[in-house]
Write a protein that binds this ligand. Structure first.
Ligand code: ADP
Length: 537
């Protein structure tokens, strides 16, 4: 026996072409499990057993020699089908990628089996009474099997083939064209039903109706099975996608944990080294104060990292739908943040400007806490990366994007812009894998721009990750314009509450788009930073 028939799993991808019938499972089981072939062996054995029993029990009954011969032909044909089955499975195993080829061949194979079976069944009827024999019901079994295995029009053709064969036999015997007639039972020998015109036409009509009815119902069932298989296929594809997404998420999470642990280790190691120096008396009394300052600095750095990591974790863990349930007056929130940072910027010697139009509806769908984190990070960066006497401008306005930019039906946004005249960000730091703002850019956790590192400005590298996460979750957009040595301009666009709208549309999907522009020729951030408005120096 071939190893393929042992029940070892066979991996056959489902038929992906929507135009094809989804009978993959049935066709594979036909070829692989040889159930059609096995059923035929059972019929051959049963037929010989019945003939033998009849011969012993009723020695006076004699069947024509043609009958066992036809059964032998059935056995011979079955051997051919079995060989075809094995060779198909072997061929498919060798070339597993040829799924479409396999299905086409398996369909042809199934068609051939049904067609030849119908012919052999008619020959058996020929030697066992023709229209007298109720075994004509086996035509219907073949119709049922054909409907489940074949395309609908193949099944209909097989139905026509069955009715044609039966009608030829019945009419042939009725017209004496097929002779002699062999009675089904010896007791029916004198009835001559096969020559009874009304009986013959009734038999043909009943069979035709039976075939049509079986085909109709079975094809309906088959269509539902196809639908089920199609849905199963979609679910399997979705599962596969989710599996990949989960694997990717786990990989990113573990990389993030490793980086976070590594980053947190640096200030701790420095603190340990500095305190050891003090304990071992290496630090002179004069140097003690500056060493303590360095320790405090490292502690602050560690605390800042932990605080931002916690913020990032909170934003990532929260349900993105929270943004769509809350309406926030973006202008007010931004104004609060601006006022809180004004003294810090002024103390550093920076000019601060704000532009908040009074007659615009600046309400947007976003969580208040997250919006505060987002704008605070942008403003803190602008202050931190702008040397005095620079200028930082904060503006909020309503923005309607052209249809080319529409995503998920969001037309209007509330745009918060933070522009500065600071050190700027180089293109390399803005560009990541897969485009601007992608993996490896400053929007990734712990990534810092080369100009910030060169200027030795301390930072955690987590602020922009928080900004990106919030914007993505809120279904917003992010724009960056930056020029080295001339300044940066970050704009966060949050889906606005449509004018005059009281109800809150609920959107489930997490929509995100990142629109990062660091290319030369982009509008200068300095120009925005110098917009005349409510000005503080
Ligand atoms: P951090 O500022 O703590 O380093 P962020 O994630 O907020 O972390 O920023 C990542 C990097 O992006 C910074 O290290 C800096 O190189 C760059 N960056 C962000 N904002 C600005 C800005 N306004 N001007 C210049 N560079 C900036």
């Amino acid at each position: 026996m071939s190893p393929t028939s042992t029940g070892a799993p066979i991996s056959i991808p489902l038929n992906k072409r929507a135009s094809e019938p989804y009978r993959t499972g049935a066709l594979v089981s036909l070829v692989r499990l040889h159930w059609f072939v096995q059923a035929r062996w059972a019929i051959v054995i049963l037929a010989f057993a019945v003939l033998a029993t009849e011969h012993v029990a009723f020695p006076h009954v004699s069947r024509p020699l043609g009958l066992p011969l036809v059964i032998l032909v059935l056995a011979g044909v079955n051997c051919v089908w079995m060989a075809c089955s094995y060779s198909l499975v072997r061929r498919f195993h060798l070339h597993e990628q040829l799924v479409t080829d396999f299905l086409r061949t398996a369909l042809r194979f199934a068609n051939a089996q049904v067609g030849v079976d119908l012919l052999i069944l008619t020959l058996i009827l020929r030697f066992t009474g023709g229209v007298e024999n109720p075994m004509a019901i086996f035509y219907l079994f073949h119709m049922a099997i054909g409907s489940l295995l074949l395309r609908w029009w193949h099944a209909v053709l097989q139905g026509a083939w069955a009715v044609l064969l039966y009608a030829l036999l019945a009419l042939g015997e009725w017209s004496d064209w097929i002779r002699p007639h062999y009675p089904f039972l010896s007791s029916l020998a004198g009835t001559n039903l096969h020559q009874h015109g009304a009986y013959v036409s009734a038999s043909i009509s009943v069979l035709a109706a039976g075939v049509a009815g079986t085909l109709f119902f079975m094809l309906q069932i088959a269509a539902r099975l196809d639908e089920g298989e199609r849905r199963l296929h979609q679910v399997m594809e979705a599962l596969e996608t989710s599996k990949l997404a989960i694997t990717d998420l786990n990989r990113r999470r573990s990389r993030f944990m490793q980086t976070a642990a590594h980053q947190l280790k640096s200030p701790l190691t420095a603190i340990q080294a500095l305190t050891s120096l003090i304990r071992d008396g290496v630090v002179s009394p004069e140097g003690l104060s500056s060493t303590c300052d360095r320790i405090i600095e490292r502690c602050e750095m560690g605390a800042a990292q932990v605080a931002e990591l916690l913020t990032l974790a909170r934003v990532q863990e929260s349900d993105p739908r929270r943004h769509h349930d809350t309406i926030v007056p973006v202008g007010e929130v931004t104004d609060d943040i601006y006022n809180r940072h004004l003294p810090i910027a002024t103390e550093k010697g920076l000019k601060m400007r704000r532009l908040l139009p009074e007659n615009q509806d600046l309400r947007a769908y976003i969580d208040r806490h997250d919006l505060t984190d987002c704008v605070t990070n942008l403003l803190e960066n602008a202050i931190k990366y702008t040397p005095p006497p620079g200028c930082v401008t904060v503006s909020v306005r309503r923005e309607t994007l052209s249809s080319r930019d529409l995503r998920q039906g969001a037309v209007e946004y509330v745009a918060v812009t933070v522009a500065d005249t600071g050190i700027g960000i180089d293109q390399g730091s803005l560009m990541g894998k897969g485009g601007p703002g992608g993996t490896g850019s400053v929007f990734d956790a712990f990534r810092r721009g080369s100009s910030a590192l060169a200027a030795k400005i301390p930072g955690t590298g987590l602020g922009l990750s928080i900004v990106r996460e919030v914007v993505e979750q809120a279904g917003g957009r992010l724009r960056v314009h930056s020029r080295l040595g001339r300044g940066s301009k970050f704009t966060v666009l949050i889906p606005a509450v449509p004018s005059g709208c009281r109800d809150m549309p609920v959107r489930d999907a997490r929509v995100s788009e990142l629109d990062v522009d660091g290319a030369p020729g982009a509008p200068s951030p300095q120009a925005s930073a110098r917009d005349d408005s409510d000005e503080h120096t």
